[in-house]
Write a protein that binds this ligand. Structure first.
Ligand SMILES: Nc1ncnc2c1ncn2[C@@H]1O[C@H](COP(=O)(O)OP(=O)(O)OP(=O)(O)O)[C@@H](O)[C@H]1O
Length: 304
């Protein structure tokens, strides 16, 4: 037990959770990142964005990646997507090296990336048609995936008629229609309000339960990572290195009530300690952060 706040250790797992991890580890490896490194050459010299990153994800596993700003999350997402080259190591999907974008990886990003001039159905059909499917066949496929994300009634609507959450559901359908092996999601709910975000998290878990898909989900929100993930890869900044790969001890199915469960809070405390390490003593802090601030008011009574 953690004596200070009376929480269990985040390493403690119930039998059901332990058995589930054992089952996951026996599944085939879908994505493997081996000794991955990325160095940017800038005018001021070299910047090591990622250093010696290693992890594997198993079939139908849900992995979240978190870390402080600048730890290389977006760089890693772009490399996994094949949109950015790496300087060392390799990325394998089903054992094959990733050297560019491919149908084996679907992507959903924070910014809404739907084509505004196409209907919801045509947005979902787009990738299939580009890959040579006939229009009728593509439309049939698109409708199936729209039903899965609960948007079948909006097939003829246009993106501007949808809420942010609905747009991201279309983006998920559009990524899944190509039947990728991995779904890469980079802060996909970052632009949503808190309520829509919570709904989308539930919805994503529901989709994941019904589809043979392995998910790599990047977020800076600790609660979101714990709520969604089987395992959480914690990166540290400068250079972006793996700090820890945490097995989330919160049982499935997940629900909002679990946010205050001891295992949820214990995991959150661990993540907090990794991502926001204890702050320096007050004196040093004051020196470090006290900005020289201009006063724009000239009144006697202060606000505090
Ligand atoms: N195109 C680039 N050229 C030079 N340096 C870069 C480039 N892209 C990223 N970097 C640097 O690489 C490091 C990792 O950046 P990255 O954007 O991947 O981090 P991040 O964890 O996604 O940050 P945030 O959470 O703030 O978006 C940072 O030091 C950043 O300044």
């Amino acid at each position: 037990m953690n004596n200070i706040v009376n929480l269990p250790s985040y390493l403690e797992q119930s039998d059901a959770v332990r058995e589930r991890f054992e089952r996951i580890k026996q599944r085939e490896v879908i994505l493997e990142v081996k000794n991955l490194g990325k160095t940017y050459k800038t005018a001021k010299g070299e910047v090591t964005a990622l250093k010696d990153v290693n992890f594997k994800t198993h079939r139908r596993e849900f992995v979240c990646i978190i870390g402080p700003s600048g730890c290389g999350k977006s760089t890693l997402a772009r490399i996994l997507a094949g949109l950015e080259s790496h300087t060392s190591g390799e990325v394998l999907v089903d054992g094959k090296p990733v050297n560019g974008p491919g149908r084996d990886r679907g992507m959903v990003f924070q910014g809404y990336t739907l084509f505004p001039w196409l209907s919801v159905r045509r947005n979902v059909m787009f990738g299939l048609e580009m890959n040579g499917s006939l229009r009728e066949e593509a439309a049939r496929e698109a409708d199936l995936w729209l039903e899965l994300v609960g948007l079948e009634k909006f097939a003829n609507a246009y993106p501007h008629e949808l809420s942010g959450g609905m747009k991201q559901r279309v983006a998920i359908a559009r990524a899944l229609v190509n039947q990728p092996r991995v779904l890469l999601m980079d802060e996909p709910f970052g632009a949503l309000d808190a309520q829509s975000r919570a709904k989308m998290q539930q919805h994503l878990l529901e989709i994941w339960r019904n589809v043979d898909i392995t998910i790599v989900f990047i977020t800076h929100d600790l609660d979101e990572a714990i709520f969604l993930a089987d395992r959480i890869l914690v990166l540290k900044a400068h250079p972006g290195e793996v700090q820890e790969l945490i097995e989330v001890p919160v049982p499935r199915p997940r629900s909002a009530q679990q946010y205050v469960s001891p295992e949820f809070l214990a995991t959150k405390a661990r993540l907090e300690s990794l991502i926001h390490p204890p702050t320096p003593p007050v004196d040093e802090q004051a020196e470090a952060v006290k900005p020289r601030m201009i006063r724009f008011v000239n009144v006697e009574d202060n606000v505090e």
